[in-house]
Design a protein around this ligand. Structure first.
Ligand SMILES: Nc1ncnc2c1ncn2[C@@H]1O[C@H](COP(=O)(O)OP(=O)(O)O)[C@@H](O)[C@H]1O
Ligand SMILES: [Mg+2]
Length: 236
């Protein structure tokens, strides 16, 4: 670990309090190098989404520490003042559900984030179209989200998660609605982006098709992680 990438130490998350409290994370340790794509695997209710939400500054952890891109963002409390800016500038999210903006077209859904980050409009659109092409949905660039199939919407959402070249990408079951060829294309793109932009990527998945691509896998069970070597074919 050279200080970049992702480092998580002793991370805990308790939902609620008293008799109804749920300890969803019970001391998670994990690291992801820049340029690395790791898998996070575990049964339903094991804490996978909770971990990604803590790391993505969507919910507050209870204790522990998290370092992103060399910056300590949490150490028994948030260490960054502007969590919105942290989410916008450092983290690319790819959720299970696509959550596209319904009243703007596909290209603008992807180009909006770089535009908000003050990338000139033409450049933002070019980046969006390049990613849409890589994900094989460029023919839908001018469509509205409601006109797309579920798989197409998911690929647009993936383009949106990658478009700002964030140092960290958090993907929660990104290939769930995709057929195996498209699922592999998504994993290939995540690997390419990771290598090209030194991105640290965590992919939560149950998908048997993509699990053999990971070089390292974290298993999570009852809020505790265990590291394992993957089959590690990766994409070279
Ligand atoms: N907002 C919440 N309030 C209370 N308990 C929650 C909340 N979200 C998740 N949990 C609980 O935390 C545990 C981990 O959930 P989650 O992180 O969603 O697991 P996974 O994504 O692995 O299925 C589960 O026991 C779940 O019921
Ligand atoms: Mg989940």
């Amino acid at each position: 670990m050279d200080g970049k990438g992702i480092l998580i130490e002793g991370l805990r998350k308790r939902y609620g309090q008293g008799d109804t409290a749920v300890d969803a994370l019970k001391g998670v340790d994990m690291h992801v190098e820049p340029g690395e794509v790791v898998g996070l695997i575990g049964p339903s209710g094991s804490g996978k989404s909770t971990l990604l939400k803590c790391l993505g500054a969507v919910i507050d952890p209870t204790a522990g520490s998290m370092t992103l891109g060399g910056e300590v963002i949490y150490d028994n409390g948030w260490k960054v003042r502007d969590l919105r800016a942290l989410r916008r500038d450092k983290i690319g999210f790819v959720f299970q559900a696509p959550y596209l903006i319904p009243f703007i077209d596909v290209t603008d859904n992807v180009a909006l984030l770089p535009m908000l980050a003050r990338v000139p409009n033409a450049e933002a659109r070019k980046r969006a179209l390049d990613l849409l092409a890589a994900l094989d949905v460029q023919h839908r660039a001018k469509a509205m989200p409601s006109q797309l199939s579920g798989g197409e919407q998911q690929r647009v959402a993936i383009a949106r998660g990658l478009v700002n070249h964030p140092p960290v990408i958090l993907a929660d079951e990104p290939t769930a609605p995709l057929d195996s060829e498209r699922a592999m294309a998504v994993i290939r793109i995540l690997n390419d982006m990771a290598r090209k932009f030194e991105t640290a990527v965590i992919v939560v998945t149950h998908d048997e098709k993509i699990i053999p691509t990971f070089k390292r896998i974290y298993h999570i069970r009852d809020g505790v992680t265990h590291e394992e070597a993957g089959e590690g074919r990766g994409f070279q």
